[in-house]
Ligand binder design. Structure first.
Ligand code: DGT
Ligand code: CA
Ligand code: CA
Length: 585
């Protein structure tokens, strides 16, 4: 499958074109790269079947790009790209991963310092050579160093949103085989960790298929999208998919399924702790089952289900998201496991953007999509005026928008539709902690979200005070993506989280658990701190189009990993209770 190779060439070409400030073309190549990366069919197949015309039928692939694809399929090269590389032989895709480093900077780094890869970049930055370049400076040099750390740390770890759809796709394909009895996700993906090293799958074979494992494994290692087979066997196979995501599939016996699932779900730390408990009770726990010594011989007493495995060692069932050995075992032993929020307990999404601020869908479309998900309410919270690039709304536009929302709500009422659009906004927290919209307009909205969207680099105390001032604004009911981190790309800004939590508690302000898979902000540790203090939380998707509403489960997973219960999550509450919460400040 050549899709990935082409995608990476096209994104490199986009960067090269941008260096030379060529208009429009970079975007076209960038788009083509994205499309190829996610294309479920092999471009080579399309070309074989339907020729160049077939390639042009792929949405987003124009004549020029189709031409390049054909060139690559025939010659294994793209001449234009080879020329670009010769002119500037840098590892462009690798360097582009460093946050804040763009094509033009890469060009200058090459021209002045002959930097071609990440290692050379790091060395030059450490030696203080970058700060002296025109247009760089000390700040940029430090940012580059930080960016490099991120690239290094995240090498080989994937976002949950990259791993989960792939795993679900594989499961859907294999489930079609009559031989398969069960097939499920294990490992960090089942625990819904925010980044995933590799995907672990576990399957059992129906008893009437003695050769079943062979058929299943054969199908597995030949799935489309695989670029390498590491390992092929009847009990375990390992493969690499495009984007370099590795997947392990294990086939286990039906009566070992529970213990294998418990073992391969991890975490390793949780496993070590559960095994110790087993030992303390004279038992043995491993991936094959729970065993008790009877007259000198180990006898199996559990293994088919996870529930019976936990029960056999004297514990209640522990949800996978809690299995970190950060107190869940002790809580389980004392019967004090939290009743964490369930995936179907969200009643509405409070942070969403509409076409008013450049989002893809109208307010009506967003509301319809939310209703289809079974929600009782949706909050529309467009950006406000400080964010010009996001078409932020000013006071007058907000008031106009209010009228439109009232109209839509009146329509629902007339049609006896039990659904309500709440009107908010996502105001910007300016450098001094004030907001970019006048209070008297904020007062007319159902609630206000406030978030930091500028000047991320501040001293810890300054940033803390900045956000606390916003928390204290009487109209602000939710702080969006409170720590500003982007997974694998940007650290949280330095923040005194305890002070923030205290201020939120005192003022009855909720903090957001942003469900966007790149953010997942707050993180699990901060969620747990909030829950312990009694600070309320809102799980929101921050949707910029209606399809994003589906990402809510990533936020719920995060909340579960932070031990949050329905009483902590304001948008799991019925509307009247939520509105009372908004009134209480
Ligand atoms: P990842 O892939 O880095 O995101 O994290 P995991 O947790 O999926 O780790 P992985 O794929 O290496 O192994 C899957 C599970 O297998 C892991 O969660 C627990 C179990 N496991 C692996 N190695 C060990 C080990 O040395 N000791 C114990 N007790 N369990 C292990
Ligand atoms: Ca794994
Ligand atoms: Ca693994």
């Amino acid at each position: 499958m050549k899709n990935q190779e082409l995608a990476s060439i096209f994104s490199a070409m986009a960067a090269y074109l941008e260096m030379d400030e060529i208009p429009f073309k970079p975007q076209a190549y960038e788009k083509a790269a994205l499309i190829l990366e996610n294309l479920p069919v092999d471009v080579e197949e399309i070309y074989k079947r339907e020729g160049e015309k077939g390639l042009q039928k792929i949405p987003g692939i124009g004549k020029r790009i189709a031409n390049k694809i054909v060139e690559y399929l025939h010659t294994g090269k793209i001449k234009e790209y080879e020329k670009m590389r010769k002119k500037m032989p840098v590892k462009i895709n690798e360097l582009m991963k460093v946050e804040g480093l763009g094509p033009k900077m890469i060009k200058e780094l090459y021209q002045h310092l002959k930097i071609t890869n990440l290692e050379q970049l790091e060395k030059a930055a450490q030696e203080g050579k970058i700060r002296n370049l025109p247009r760089f400076g000390l700040k940029t040099e430090q940012n580059i160093l930080q960016g490099i750390q991120f690239v290094k740390r995240s090498r080989g770890r994937f976002l949950l949103s990259e791993a989960l759809p792939l795993a679900e796709g594989i499961i859907a394909s294999l489930k079609k085989l009559p031989q398969i009895d069960k097939i499920v996700i294990a490992g960090s993906l089942r625990r819904r960790k925010e980044t995933i090293g590799d995907i672990d799958l576990l399957a059992t074979i129906k008893p009437d298929y003695p050769q079943g494992a062979k058929k299943v494994m054969n199908t597995f290692v030949n799935l489309p999208g695989i670029i390498k087979v590491w390992d092929y066997g009847l009990t375990k196979s390992s493969v690499r998919f495009k984007k370099k995501i590795d997947v392990d599939l294990r086939v286990v016996k039906a009566d070992e399924f529970g213990s294998a699932l418990q073992y391969f779900t991890g975490s390793k730390e949780h496993n070590i702790a559960t095994r110790k408990i087993a030992i303390s009770k004279g038992l043995k726990l491993n991936e094959y089952g729970v065993f008790r010594k009877i007259r000198g011989k180990w006898k199996k007493i559990a293994g088919a289900t996870e529930e019976e495995v936990y029960q056999a060692i004297g514990l209640p069932y522990i949800e996978p998201e809690l299995r970190t050995n950060r107190g869940e075992i002790e809580a389980a032993l004392q019967g004090k496991l939290p009743r964490i929020i369930k995936y179907n307990e969200i009643r509405g999404d409070l942070h969403n953007h509409s076409s008013w601020d450049g989002g893809k869908n109208s307010i009506r479309e967003m509301a319809e999509a939310a209703r289809l998900m079974g929600y009782e309410y949706i909050g529309i919270t467009d950006h406000t005026k400080f964010l010009r690039i996001e078409h932020g709304l000013d006071e007058k536009q907000l008031l106009d928008q209010h009228k439109e929302i009232e109209k839509l709500n009146a329509e629902f009422k007339k049609q006896k539709i039990n659904f309500r659009i709440l009107h908010g906004c996502e105001a910007n927290i300016l450098n001094d902690g004030s907001l970019d919209i006048e209070d008297k307009v904020l007062a007319q909205l159902d609630y206000v979200i406030a978030g930091v969207h500028s000047r991320f680099k501040m001293k810890k105390e300054e940033m803390t005070q900045r956000i606390i001032r916003a928390i204290k604004n009487p109209y602000v009911k939710i702080i969006s993506h409170p720590t500003g981190r982007l997974i694998n790309r940007r650290d949280a800004y330095p923040l005194d989280i305890d002070k923030i939590l205290n201020a939120a508690l005192e003022t009855n302000t909720a903090l957001e658990i942003n469900a966007c898979p790149e953010r997942l902000d707050l993180n699990d540790i901060n969620i747990r701190k909030a829950v312990e203090k009694g600070v309320k939380l809102a799980i929101d998707t921050d949707s910029h189009e209606k399809t994003h509403l589906q990402y809510i489960h990533y936020g719920i997973a995060q909340a579960r990993r932070g031990w949050a219960t329905p009483k902590d999550i304001i948008n799991s509450w019925p509307l009247p209770k939520l509105l009372r919460f908004f009134q209480k400040k």
